[in-house]
Design a protein around this ligand. Sequence first.
Ligand code: F0G
Length: 402
Amino acid sequence: MYHLECIECGQKYTDSEVVYTCKCGGLLDVIYDYSAIQLDMERLRTEAPSVWKYKALLPVEGKPVSIHEGGTPLYRCDRLAEKIGIKELYVKHEGLNPSGSFKDRGMTVGVTKAMELGMKTLACASTGNTSASLSTYGAKAGLPVIVLLPEGKVALGKVAQALIHGAKVLSIRGNFDEAVVLVRQLCDEEKIYLLNSINPYRLEGQKTIGYEICDQLGFNVPDRVIVPVGNAGNTAAIYKGFRELRELGVTESVPKMTGIQTEGACPVTKAFKKGVEEIIPEKNPETIATAIRIGNPVNAKKALRAIYGSGGYSEAVSDEELIEAQKDLAQLEGIGVEPASATSVAGLKKLIDSGVIDRDETVVCITTGHLLKDPEEVINISTKPITVDANIEAVRKAVFSR
Ligand code: F0G
């Protein structure tokens, strides 16, 4: 019913091969025979959203390694919409997945696939969330996990997760891009299963974000979906979800995929502004949004094809702009997100102000990770608590002080 295929040269691979990229170096995609897929529309319309609601469109047969991923809320955000100046705005909060990020959608599928393939050890390089998620699902599956993190550049909550779930945590004296090169070599040479987003099965899980947005809008498609971009897998995955629903006749259109990076780490945005598919890697990426502090995104070509193919856009925001968006989400809508997640909303504001996005569009912003992932950043950008003596006069004085 499905196989792997190179997006560059078309070379095919079977689903029983352990392969991440093509012999030619190209990225792989999972290709289905859509004519053989029967969707139960009655079930789709009635069952609550979750990753495994869409099992008919996922490339695994076995019992899922699952702890209830997906089914995240799609909030209508009228107060935020009013501030930004747009009519209809939704936020899909992926921070409410089991380990606090969208990565869980990819891991439930990727780790289930690892079990099917008989792999005995799992590994990834990560800016934090991938390692937190893989450690969680490795624990559930009973498989050992190795994670490579860039030393000193991973938010506290994410390191804590990898540690408590029992992963072997290596702190690499280098950046994320260097850790990716190392983990790929390790996995190739040691028969360890790689679960970075270069693994096409990861992206199959993440495409369910696209399904769920349609599902939660009554099988309607928004005009635009805005996604934070780091290693660039999620943008491509979500686009695929929308394309498949159209292919299967469930919907009639796809949204304009809009990818947001930070000014200090934006090779995809730069390629988009030049109108090309090839990025120029950045040697020293830097941003407060450590989750997307990435100079050489492995899935850049897939993401750029999604953006071009949907008539979308790409923009970069400053750290100040994303901090403002993080505060707006928290204080206008009660949605707590980590810095990288806020780039989608910061990008929306910037593109509304510059006239790229029309105020009449229906827009969905994806917030990718939970606020508590990065408590240190929040403390740094917030006013400090007021310390007072334990008596009512002191409390009253502080309450009414300005
Ligand atoms: N937002 C958050 C919170 C992330 O953790 C990531 C990626 C992204 C956005 C970007 O998604 O890579 O699909 O473009 N984090 C990876 C990690 C790189 O290792 O956790 P992408």
